[in-house]
Design a protein around this ligand. Structure first.
Ligand code: ANZ
Length: 849
């Protein structure tokens, strides 16, 4: 044809790329520096939508950019292909989850190829391939050997709709992250990964990521891990041999403890109540049943009325021997700290609310009317080393009595009614109390985390079988390595309907195995692993995806990883990133890799919205990826996405103009067509004004790309196309060397966003493929020097001053400079300006009459 034909160009170059595979990462002897660019791999749920398109367009821009910059780039793609949607679809259609999964993968692969992505297609992996999940099983056994995989019975989050256990991370506002059903608690024996062993490192190492990960993600990770520092304090319990330990962030307030609370759903409460009266037992049972119906969030909400049962038992305060009545109350959680607290109602709002509800005593031990300023030590000590009582102003403190006001005194102050701590600041008192407890053997410094161990058992079919054997005599042993992979049985004939136990349990042939030690009959573990195990290390598998002998090669890992740019949605801010960070540290400890963080930098792209709300299948507002490319072609979609705004911002799809992008590409194509010179012209001889525009783009684009300001790069590219057009039509003309130079640079930068078109233009300009591999041209510093011009300032037609200004100065700035000029001010001598004419950059003309 005679015009720009997006389709023909696209098809032509996709075919060439498939045949010649130019974007493979180089191995072996390649000496260039390396970049590992990775997009969060897709889940094969049907076709992709514009959110995916956005993600993979950005990834491709970054990968192409580093290739132009002279790096050996690794940019692989794979599929996170185990998981519930496949299984649910299979149940609905009576099909095999495999078929659904792999046909969706084929469709998505085709869409991604159509999009002009420059992946290294030789490294594709699917986590549901036995070649992949065999190494999940290896990883499980590695954690097991290191004591990091264990079984325990505990109340777990249970989704009654999906009939499966959920990790804490998969419960959002008390509901199943997937289906929205309210989550209930159920007691089950499950496999856990001991991520809590790594809590300190997972928290502390976030400091290394400061500045290269989004601040928001770092904050979310910190909160999720939730470290609290304080003390463990042991309390003697009347009528019980063992002490009970509580965790407190405020051991300084121990003298102010007036009662003691245990979580009603803890083993501890059950045991304490067993030693109490029949009446208490009955009231406790009633209460417990009520508590078990309350959702986790309600339980933690502070404005709910306090409820509880007095167990008629007592704990002894280790510092003063006082008897503290023990209550069971649901504001204390079974799985935080030790599931029990010393209650200090004067200084803790929850304890105060409870004390007021049940008429329990309130004892003030911090005088907050005697504030502590700065870090100045406030304890005065007498000649014998005894702190002097600072003599609190009783009157002021009385007015703040929490028992009366209902407001706990949580601020700074000086200790009172606290024996040896009196007069100290909170900080000093905490340290002093810990010393005293340690000396007496009744307590010690301690910390607690909000982070829980990672529950990885799932009662579903479409996942990695847990590679463990349950022997007849009750041992649990690993499936011998030479029997791995332990593959899934055929789904055919299996009842996949969720029923609370794993469908694999119904595959009796599959379940039957032998005890590797004795040869006696034994059973397999019927559960499968959480699919977040699959994605916790996949970035390492890409380095040698076909390797049949090991999960990954340490040599390759240390060469390529950590990932330099990891790009994906903020929805993975907690779960996936935390798990990947954890597994990376385990592999480091095992000596398999030399780095401790998996992703050196993280980019979260914004969402693609339609009608102002997130595109999703359930909202029925999906613009499907494949069909979006149908009309304008892939390049126009990509340019439109990049131009829509900064990467981090949400995009409203209705505001995205693929038509505008298409016109821009056609304009660029025509410019290349009109270039009338051969590749060997000497650029330096070309038109200097156009060369300046070209070299400014060469100089600025790298920084802009690194700051993910892709929209600005596209805008600057449009500027260059227009400047070149103008030079061809009304300036230097089509044979000028600067026109060729501009067209070539335009083509190279265009490759970041419109790779098919760029490849076509490269050919039009007389070159062999591939423009995607062309080194970035150096900007000539001489052409970047700001050109200055002499500007004339006239007053009433007479030249009164001249100014040296930038040739790029705008009207407003030039007028401002003229008005501020001393000579102009003097000439005006206070007369009022009645008219201003500015012709930037040459003339400013003021009239006063
Ligand atoms: C006495 C005390 C006095 C406390 C005081 C606070 C203020 P964070 O910061 O969230 O870690 N606590 C301990 N275990 C608990 C559990 N299982 N359920 C509910 N609350 C629990 O909170 C730590 C504080 O929460 C601990 O310090 C304890 O109350 C309470 F003026 O001990 B504190």
């Amino acid at each position: 044809g005679t015009g720009y034909d997006a389709y023909a160009i696209q098809e032509k170059w996709q075919k060439v790329w498939t045949e010649r595979d130019p974007f493979r990462a180089a191995g072996g002897e390649d000496t260039r520096p390396r970049k590992y660019v990775l997009g969060m791999f897709p889940y094969p749920s049907g076709d992709m939508h514009m959110g995916h398109a956005e993600n993979y367009a950005y990834v491709d821009t970054v990968a192409r950019f580093w290739r132009h910059r002279g790096y050996n780039v690794l940019n692989p793609i794979g599929w996170d292909s185990f998981g519930l949607p496949a299984e649910n679809a299979a149940i609905q259609r009576g099909a095999d989850p495999r078929e659904w999964t792999y046909s969706n993968i084929a469709q998505q692969k085709a869409s991604l190829k159509n999009f002009g992505t420059s992946y290294d297609w030789s490294r594709v992996l699917h986590t549901s391939d036995p070649e992949y999940y065999r190494w999940n099983q290896w990883l499980f056994q590695l954690l097991y050997e290191r004591g990091l995989a264990y079984r325990k019975e505990s109340p777990v989050n249970w989704c009654p709709h999906d009939q499966t256990v959920l990790a804490n991370e998969q419960v959002v506002d008390g509901r199943c992250e997937r289906c929205g059903t309210e989550v209930v608690k159920k007691k089950l024996t499950q496999w856990y990964f001991k991520i809590t062993d790594y809590a300190d490192r997972l928290l502390d190492d976030l400091n290394q990521l400061e500045g290269s990960w989004p601040q928001k993600v770092i904050r979310m990770q910190r909160n999720w891990i939730g470290r609290s520092v304080g003390a463990d304090i042991d309390f003697v319990i009347e009528g019980r041999d063992e002490k009970i330990t509580v965790f407190s962030t405020r051991p300084d307030t121990l003298h102010g403890a007036t009662f003691f609370v245990v979580a009603p759903d803890s083993d501890l409460a059950a045991e304490l109540v067993a030693g109490s009266t029949a009446d208490v037992r009955m009231r406790f049972q009633d209460y417990l049943e009520r508590v078990q119906k309350i959702t986790e969030i309600d339980r933690q909400s502070t404005d709910r009325p306090k409820t509880g049962v007095f167990l008629e038992r007592y704990a002894i305060n280790p510092v003063n021997g006082e008897r503290l009545p023990i209550w069971a109350a649901d504001y204390v959680l079974a799985d935080y700290g030790h599931g029990a607290v010393m209650a200090v109602p004067a200084h803790d709002q929850r304890d105060l609310d409870f004390a007021r509800a049940f008429d329990l005593p309130v004892k003030v031990v911090v005088d907050t009317t005697a504030p502590i300023t700065g870090a100045i030590p406030v304890i005065e000590i007498d000649a014998d080393g005894v702190p002097i009582d600072p003599g609190a102003d009783g009157g002021a403190l009385d007015a703040l009595d929490p028992a009366v006001t209902g407001i706990a005194l949580t601020g700074e102050g000086r200790m009172v009614n606290s024996g040896s701590l009196d007069g100290m600041s909170k900080r000093t008192a905490i340290a002093r109390m810990i010393d005293e407890l340690e000396a007496a053997g009744t307590g010690r410094a301690a910390k607690t985390f909000r982070l829980r161990d990672w529950l990885i058992s799932r009662q579903r079919f479409w996942g990695t079988p847990i590679p463990m054997i349950h022997t007849q005599d009750g041992r649990i042993v690993p499936v011998p390595a030479d029997q791995l992979p332990l593959t899934l049985p055929d789904a055919q004939g299996l009842d996949l309907t969720p029923k609370g136990t794993s469908p694999l349990g119904g595959a009796s042939d599959w379940m039957a195995t032998v005890d590797p030690a004795t040869g006696e009959p034994a059973l397999r573990d019927p559960d499968t692993m959480d699919t977040f195990v699959d994605s916790s290390w996949y970035f390492l598998r890409f380095l040698a995806p076909g390797d049949a002998n090991e999960a990954f090669s340490s040599r390759e890992a240390n060469k390529w990883a950590p990932v330099d740019s990891y790009i994906g949605g903020v929805e993975h801010a907690i779960l996936h990133l935390l798990y990947a960070r954890f597994i990376t540290k385990v592999l480091f400890d095992e000596g398999l890799i030399e780095f401790t963080e998996p992703f050196s930098s993280l980019i979260n792209q914004g969402m693609v919205l339609l009608d102002g709300s997130k595109m999703s299948k359930s909202k029925g507002n999906l613009v499907e990826f494949a069909s979006s490319m149908m009309d304008p072609g892939a390049d126009a979609v990509r340019v439109a996405i990049a131009f829509a705004g900064p990467v981090e911002d949400d995009i409203n799809w209705e505001d995205v103009s693929t038509t505008g992008a298409q016109k821009f590409l056609a304009r660029a194509w025509r410019v290349a067509k009109d270039v009338d010179s051969s590749p060997d012209v000497v650029w330096a001889e070309g038109d200097q004004a156009l060369r300046r525009v070209t070299h400014r783009l060469l100089a600025d684009a790298p920084g802009l790309v690194e700051q993910t300001k892709f929209n600005v790069v596209v805008a600057r590219l449009m500027e260059l196309v227009n400047a070149t057009r103008k030079a061809i039509d009304t300036g230097a003309g089509p044979t000028d060397p600067a026109v060729r130079e501009a067209a070539e640079v335009m083509t190279m930068v265009l490759d970041l966003f419109a790779p098919h078109t760029a490849e076509e233009l490269w050919e039009i300009l007389g070159y062999e493929p591939f423009v995607g591999l062309v080194p970035w041209r150096q900007a000539d510093p001489m052409l970047l020097v700001e050109e200055t011009v002499t500007s004339v300032v006239q007053i009433d037609g007479k030249v009164r001053a001249t100014l040296e200004v930038s040739g790029r100065i705008d009207t407003a700035e030039l007028e401002r400079l003229a008005r501020a000029d001393e000579r102009v001010v003097r000439s005006l001598a206070g007369r009022e300006i009645t008219r201003v004419v500015v012709r930037a950059p040459k003339v400013v003309s003021f009239s006063t009459t």
